[in-house]
Design a protein around this ligand. Structure first.
Ligand SMILES: Cc1cc2nc3c(=O)[nH]c(=O)nc-3n(C[C@H](O)[C@H](O)[C@H](O)COP(=O)(O)OP(=O)(O)OC[C@H]3O[C@@H](n4cnc5c(N)ncnc54)[C@H](O)[C@@H]3O)c2cc1C
Length: 426
């Protein structure tokens, strides 16, 4: 390399992107005593298109990062999921487990992502905001990443800089430019969702259940996806809908139009109307079921949406972004403690297997599920015949939200864990 690199520009690990995946990775690395640069192109607080719904899995991760979850800071708790479909309205409390807390939360990503990034900074990570990573720096002989190039400013129009590290983590979200630059494109044999959302001032803002509507109709066609009304507790509700790419309708769907038509059928007193809309309708993709692999190659590790970690059953991505960040940090910490490069590299190559152990079987099940509900008749049968059976729906909640006791547990826990173990992790 021709350029002189000052110590401020180098670290043990560079984490690109300070969303939930990047901040969790940086937090856990810093806690283990490593020197971490966390590079984020935007300045906090910033918006992120999301439903803002946090399940007990996500709460567990937040607790693990020591983040205070007080109402004064905008955290709004929920008790479970309300599912509406097939003419039935069912309230299912989050399961009572030793492995996960019994409540979920709502918090807008504006405050949520900043709280996580600040927690990473407090743990010792060096957070640089307003730094856009523009590409990898490669070792000419081996092709391995040794750092990244970047520019100041969210648009990347500031002066160029180079940062150097032993390992780089791509936590730059769904489009992951850094992964693309290393030749890691999205896999088109894996599910992808698209979702749109906005906010309304609504008397339903203090609803303490996350509400999902399973029946989304486009004319006479039942679509694979769901609509949601999540109360944020601050006078507004986050309202949106998401669809899976398994349906023939996926390419041609007018999501904003669909949201508009769906909301037109809602009770007037909920106030989900244009006059009460407080934000534009915005949409983004949900990369599911490991839709970008390998999760480690040539000095680059993928966490969160960059690695396609969204749960294909329910579209939840925040908990998986944070969990994969924690797993990545654990692997990197072990790798960098090895005295020799070859040993470190062997440990880093264990990351994809660690992810497969955590999610592989469950995500393969999820892909089958997604394939099945892409057929309108399966959705129809499931909502008509599944909904009226509360025990079956409680099982379904545990399956869809991936909330089971890892050991022991009740019959539902054991069936789901056994299915996940039996299904090959691909
Ligand atoms: C409409 C919608 C609703 C959703 N609802 C929910 C929900 O209710 N609950 C849930 O759990 N999940 C939900 N998800 C999924 C969830 O939003 C994602 O899975 C989650 O944000 C992934 O976190 P991440 O850290 O991997 O990526 P992101 O949150 O996308 O963070 C990536 C970060 O990297 C930064 N970045 C990008 N490129 C660069 C670069 N070149 N240089 C520096 N920084 C860069 C970005 O600015 C950003 O801060 C929803 C998604 C959508 C689209």
């Amino acid at each position: 390399m021709h350029q002189h690199i000052s110590p401020a520009d180098s670290a043990d690990v560079i984490v690109v992107g300070a969303g939930p995946a990047g901040s969790a990775t940086a937090f856990h690395l810093a806690q283990a005593g490593l020197d971490v640069l966390l590079l984020e192109k935007s300045q906090f607080p910033r918006e992120k298109v999301c439903g803002d719904g946090l399940t007990p899995r996500a709460v567990k991760q937040l607790v693990g990062m020591g983040i205070p979850l007080n109402a004064e800071d905008g955290w709004f708790p929920n008790k479970g999921l309300r599912i509406i479909g097939g003419g039935v309205r069912l309230e299912l409390d989050w399961p009572d487990l030793a492995a996960y807390p019994g409540y979920g939360l709502m918090r807008s990503r504006r405050g949520f992502d900043e709280a996580l990034a600040r927690a990473a900074g407090k743990a010792g990570a060096r957070l640089l905001e307003g730094v856009s990573v523009t590409g990898p720096v490669l070792d000419e002989a081996t092709g391995r990443m040794t750092g990244v190039t970047a520019r100041a400013g969210a648009d990347g129009d500031g002066p160029p800089r180079t940062y150097q590290a032993r390992v780089v983590v791509a936590a730059d979200g769904n489009s992951s430019r850094l992964s693309l630059a290393m030749g890691l494109a999205k896999r088109d044999d894996r599910p992808l969702g698209v979702a749109v959302r906005t906010y309304f001032t609504s008397p339903r803002h203090d609803d303490d259940y996350l509400e999902s509507w399973l029946e989304l109709w486009d004319g006479d066609r039942l679509l694979p996806g769901y609509g949601w009304v999540f109360g944020a507790g601050d006078g507004t509700s986050n309202v949106g809908l998401g669809l899976l790419n398994t349906s023939a309708a996926f390419q041609h769907t007018d999501y904003r139009g669909l949201l508009h038509r769906w909301l037109a059928g809602m009770p007037a007193e909920w106030g989900l109307t244009e006059e009460n809309r407080t934000e534009p309708v915005r949409g983004a993709a949900l990369p599911m079921g490991f839709n970008r692999t390998p999760h480690y190659t040539r000095g680059l590790m993928l966490a969160g949406d960059a690695g396609g970690m969204v749960n294909p059953f329910n579209g939840e991505g925040i908990a998986y972004a944070m969990e994969s960040g924690e797993i990545a940090a654990r692997v990197i910490t072990q790798a960098l403690a090895r005295p020799d490069r070859a040993g470190a590299e062997r440990v880093l190559h264990g990351y994809p297997q660690a992810l497969r152990d955590a999610y592989g079987g469950y995500y393969t099940l999820g892909r089958k599920f997604v394939g099945a509900i892409g057929h309108p008749w399966v959705m129809k049968v499931a909502t008509r015949h599944g909904m009226p059976r509360p025990a079956l729906m409680r099982f379904t909640l545990k399956l869809l939200a991936n909330l089971t006791e890892p050991r022991g547990g009740d019959a539902a826990d054991r069936v789901i864990n056994a299915l996940s173990r039996l299904t090959p992790a691909a």
